[in-house]
Design a binder for this molecule. Structure first.
Ligand code: CUA
Length: 343
């Protein structure tokens, strides 16, 4: 792709053709009505111009005419609504076997991390023919990730996970934009998406990562650094002061107030940063807040560590280590859409 002006971006994802069809339909429909209305404006302006001898008596209000434009436009608009809903559902429902990537933007850069641990800034490598799911949270203000050739765009918010999925279909190098004004250098918050064949991607992923370690390994270190085990380690002489974290991910948790919560990313993040907000039944509100002490990347690493403690993802990460270069899909991130991004 070159940087020349182009009227329509290339279509390089599985979502692109369906988004384009709807877009072109809407454009065509608008064109039909624009021509019709503008044509009538001209026609009547000429026909009823001052001085022209024409019949100027007004027609009485006709219920049939009133009804007719409602009855004609309703199915057209419902058709657009249903079509739009279908496309929207496709865009917000990732398939089951997505490859997870975390995104933590800040003023003014995009930071990506792959499940293998490999990090990138302002460049995102992805394989083609493989659904990719981004879990995103901002370190500061609202940003918005926009990849025109994939026809996907999603706000990235501070304090809340949002997600975005796509499946690239064509190898190439594409533009990535920040689509939400986020301060002085917003317009320079541009990056590149490099879509590669699965083989090239595996080669890139296995290449020199500059010592990037898998997120769950960084998470385990943070776990130690903040001495989380003091309260969360089970099996000691006295009952642990904090709930067990093994096999916690995506499980239902009974809370002190009688309600329940699902231990997804959003819940785990909140419990690290504001531990007393959803107190687990049977425990005292002893845990200090870690707000301001751990940045969003650190929280994601801790969550990755907690996930690695669940049986299912232990199995999966073993598989992924065995088959890293065969484009395997290590993920429990994707068994369910992250909270906060439902249609
Ligand atoms: Cu980040 Cu605009």
């Amino acid at each position: 792709m070159n940087s020349e002006f182009e009227l329509f971006p290339e279509a390089a994802s599985t979502a692109a053709p369906s988004v384009d069809r709807l877009y072109i339909f809407l454009l065509g429909l608008s064109l039909v009505f624009t021509v019709l209305i503008a044509g009538l404006v001209f026609y009547f302006a000429i026909k009823y111009r001052r001085g022209n001898r024409v019949d100027r008596t007004q027609l009485p209000t006709s219920i049939r005419m009133e009804l007719s434009w409602m009855i004609i436009s309703l199915p057209i608009l419902m058709f657009i609504f249903l079509w739009g809903a279908k496309v929207a559902f496709f865009l917000v429902r990732p398939p089951a076997d997505t490859m997870p990537i975390t995104v933590v933007p800040k003023q003014w850069m995009w930071k990506f991390q792959h499940a293998s641990g490999r990090r990138e800034i302002d460049v995102l490598h992805v394989p083609i023919n493989q659904p990719v799911r981004l879990t995103m949270i901002s370190q500061d203000v609202i940003h918005s990730l926009f990849v025109p050739v994939f026809r996907v765009k999603q706000d990235v918010l501070p304090g809340r996970y949002t997600s975005l999925w796509f499946e690239a279909t064509k190898p190439g190098e594409y533009r990535l934009y920040c689509a939400e004004y986020c301060g002085t250098n917003h317009s320079r918050m541009i990056g590149r998406v490099i879509a590669q064949t699965p083989g090239d991607f595996a080669e890139w992923l296995a290449g020199d990562s500059g010592g990037d370690e898998p997120p769950e390994v960084t998470g385990a270190k943070l776990f130690e650094q903040f001495q989380c085990a003091t309260c969360h380690a089970q099996g000691g002489a006295t009952p642990a002061r904090g709930p067990a974290l093994e096999d916690l991910y995506m499980k239902e948790v009974a809370l002190a107030d009688g309600s329940t919560a699902i231990a997804d990313e959003t819940y785990l993040r909140e419990s690290i940063l504001r531990p007393t907000k959803k107190l687990v039944a049977g425990y005292q509100p002893l845990m200090p807040t870690f707000e301001g002490q751990i940045d969003e990347e650190g929280v994601l690493h801790l969550i990755a560590y907690i996930k690695s403690l669940s049986e299912e993802s232990r199995d999966e990460s073993r598989e992924s280590k065995a088959g890293e270069t065969s484009g395997s899909r290590p993920s429990t991130l994707d068994s369910r859409p992250a909270g906060g991004n439902q249609p």
